[in-house]
Design a protein around this ligand. Structure first.
Ligand code: NAD
Length: 269
């Protein structure tokens, strides 16, 4: 347990929390006193490990299996969450995947799989969370808002990415889904923002950093000359979920070591 407890007594659903950024965000929110639903889609081992880590540190967590692209499974996950924790205060829409292919070879199945999880999954989870935020309303002892949604986007919501048309389209979609929800839900005292990670060391991009050559190549794209770690994203998520960011609405927080600063122009262009 951390000393600041900025999320004390709040319940958070973190999708795709069995590995990588989602696991890091789950641990970070738990350290601040939130109880965590560790959502996963495949085998339970990863999610159970994250639950165990949180419990060992004195927190509370529960693993729930649900494919976020499937409406019935998302609805069931929120029902189980409310049954277990009473309500939901925070949603971190983190689940995501890549199915890369040269554009002319990209199959409809690859397109649909990525859009289904990365974009439709965020819509389905946000909708169920918002229903619960509105049902419960504001509980002033816990937070100044009725609820917070954090969408895990990517620098590829603004940087085009050859060979990843489906992924870039999904993250571009997340940007305007997030902003539209933020505009529509602000009067209802629901805060919606995104985090756009740059290159973070996780299983999704191992090939980009797991050899010295690959890492050196990647660092050319990062002015800060460090590949990110999941703790960088966890810290940003805690802040966006807490009342410290109470006046922040509809913003993408880029956590990317400067990747979106056109590093190719660092010699004057
Ligand atoms: P990861 O592969 O470690 O994690 C993705 C998680 O999503 C996994 O736990 C996976 O099981 C889960 N998932 C996949 N399909 C799912 C489904 N249908 N339902 C529920 N869960 C599902 O990769 P990561 O890097 O931790 O990625 C997490 C998020 O961060 C993704 O949205 C990704 O696009 C985004 N992101 C990552 C980076 C990076 O550099 N790692 C950069 C920008 C954005």
């Amino acid at each position: 347990m951390g000393v600041t407890q900025r999320l004390k007594g709040q319940s958070a659903v973190v999708t795709g929390a069995s590995s990588g950024i989602g696991a890091g965000v789950a641990r970070a929110l738990a350290r601040e006193g939130a109880q965590i639903i560790v959502n996963y889609a495949g085998h339970p081992e990863g999610a159970e490990k994250v639950v165990h880590e949180i419990e060992t540190a004195g927190g509370k967590a529960l693993a729930i299996r649900a494919d976020v692209s499937q409406e019935d499974q998302v609805i069931a996950m929120f029902a189980k969450t409310i049954e277990a924790f009473g309500t939901v205060d925070i949603l971190v829409n983190n689940a995501g995947l890549q199915k890369d292919a040269p554009f002319q070879n990209m199959t409809l199945a690859q397109w649909n799989a990525v859009l289904g999880v990365n974009l439709t999954g965020q819509f389905l989870c946000a909708r169920e969370a918002v229903k619960e935020f509105l049902r419960r309303g504001i509980v002033p002892e816990r937070s100044r808002t009725a609820g917070k949604i954090i969408c895990m986007s990517s620098v590829h919501e603004v940087i085009p990415w050859a060979g990843h048309a489906n992924y870039a389209a999904s993250k571009g979609g997340v940007m305007l889904l997030m902003k539209t929800m933020a505009q529509e839900l602000a009067p209802l005292k629901i805060r919606v923002n995104s985090i756009a990670p740059g290159a973070i060391k996780t299983p999704i991009n191992t090939a980009a950093w797991d050899t010295p050559e690959a890492e050196a190549n990647l660092l050319k794209l990062i002015p800060y000359k460090r590949v990110g770690v999941v703790e960088d994203i966890g810290a940003a998520a805690v802040w966006l979920a807490s009342d410290e960011s109470d006046y922040v609405q509809g913003t993408t927080l880029f956590v990317d070591g400067g990747m979106t600063l056109y590093p190719g122009f660092d010699m004057g262009g």
